[in-house]
Design a protein. Sequence first.
Length: 125
Amino acid sequence: MRRFYFALSMLLLAWFGCANAFADVVVTKEKQTADTERKDVGVVPPVGVTVDGFNKFKVAYGSSVKKARVDILESGRVVYSDADRQPGNTVVNYSLGNVNPAATYVVRVETDGVVRAVDEIPVND
């Protein structure tokens, strides 16, 4: 009987581990400074979102931005949230992994308390 419970618990642990691995979206973030240090040459609007292809997008911040928050939504549900206290004059590259191809992914960027950009991200598995 003890062997049965042990086998059952191992089976349940494996099942829960697989269910969790397939459920979560993996987000990779890489932050870099803008190409120039001059404040008058950077991004003119407060924020710009560029989709670089499947599962990838880039957020460029103007030099005047003091606080920023990026939310990634999967079919209307927030699956990733990222806050930055000093994003001015930077570019942040995001890459999504473990996505659901049937879902709709949207990035929402809020700077200094105002939603500045909302864009859909094309995904593939």
